[in-house]
Design a binder for this molecule. Structure first.
Ligand SMILES: NC(=O)c1ccc[n+]([C@@H]2O[C@H](COP(=O)([O-])OP(=O)(O)OC[C@H]3O[C@@H](n4cnc5c(N)ncnc54)[C@H](O)[C@@H]3O)[C@@H](O)[C@H]2O)c1
Length: 262
């Protein structure tokens, strides 16, 4: 799918977790769509390189820090010059793989602090400015793990369930300010998050691709364009919802035996 040039013309956007993976692709495609984009991440070197190559700006941000959030929003919006913010993408996230009995409380807290509290802080920092400008769109990255239990990922799964509750609550509270709040639910993508030591293409196909009804992992662009659509005025009546680009995972498991052979 190709991004529609000009779809976000005149809009100002802040994207977190933008130094690599999905966030970097969202930045690239938002610039093509005509937005003025600030790419934020705690990885300064990678984030700066992505931003410069895309034609965006970079801002160093740890999403767990409320003070840094205020500065990031001010910088993205150009508040000093009476600026504005139209789009916030809460994409930064981390994962820790350990079953509950082996998961250290500090690790559990760190994942929830980054994924869920980080998203909460972003909404708190951005919403007043968006409201002052007449509205905006906030997109929070969820996961298929936000709809079911996931063995070995107690903290990540809990954080993504929490993001859905937070998204609905924010959608209700901010509707009168013209701010739409939604989640995007990606299927598995090949990023640092899904990387496992020693895996080759076949391992990815077996462990991720084969678990998806469409029988493959997602391309970044297939998910990034859904983020951009939700950010655009074409999604003007959409708020409080979950929007999936998950290859059918939300519908259930892929067929074990082809339907015509049952
Ligand atoms: N990769 C997948 O298969 C997959 C599937 C479903 C959902 N998601 C979600 O999509 C989003 C992006 O995932 P990805 O696979 O591109 O991940 P990634 O690990 O490639 O990138 C995540 C980015 O977030 C940044 N980050 C982490 N903690 C941060 C913090 N405290 N402050 C600022 N930045 C921070 C990292 O530096 C990194 O650049 C995440 O929310 C993830 O949960 C990913």
């Amino acid at each position: 799918m190709d991004t529609v040039p000009g779809e976000l013309a005149g809009k100002v956007a802040l994207v977190t977790g933008a130094a690599r993976g999905l966030g970097a692709e969202v930045v690239r495609r938002m610039v093509v769509a005509g937005a003025r984009v600030t790419a934020a991440d705690r990885r300064v070197e990678d984030g700066t390189a992505i931003a410069v190559a895309a034609g965006a700006r970079f801002f160093e941000l740890d999403v767990t820090d409320a003070e840094q959030w205020r500065a990031a929003v001010d910088s993205a919006a150009g508040t000093g010059d009476g600026g504005k913010l139209d789009i916030l993408v809460n994409n930064a996230g981390i994962i820790r793989v350990a079953p509950i009995l082996q998961c250290e409380p500090a690790e559990f807290r760190k994942v929830v602090e980054t994924n869920l509290v980080g998203t909460f802080l972003g909404i708190r920092a951005a919403a007043p400015l968006m409201a002052a400008g007449g509205g905006g769109s906030i997109i929070n990255l969820c996961s298929p793990g936000g709809f079911e239990g996931t063995v070995g990922m107690p903290a990540y799964t809990s954080s993504k369930w929490g993001i859905r509750g937070l998204t609905r609550t924010a959608a209700l509270e901010l509707a009168d300010s013209g701010i739409r709040v939604n989640t995007v639910v990606p299927g598995p993508m090949r990023t640092a998050m899904t990387r496992r030591r020693g895996w080759d293409d076949e391992d990815y196909a077996r462990h991720y691709g084969a678990t998806v009804p469409l029988r493959r992992m997602a391309e970044f662009g297939e998910v990034a364009d859904l983020v951009i659509w939700l950010a655009s005025d074409r999604a003007s009546y959409c708020t409080g919802g979950d929007y999936a680009a998950d290859g059918g995972l939300g519908a259930g498991k892929p067929a074990v035996v082809p339907p015509d052979q049952m």
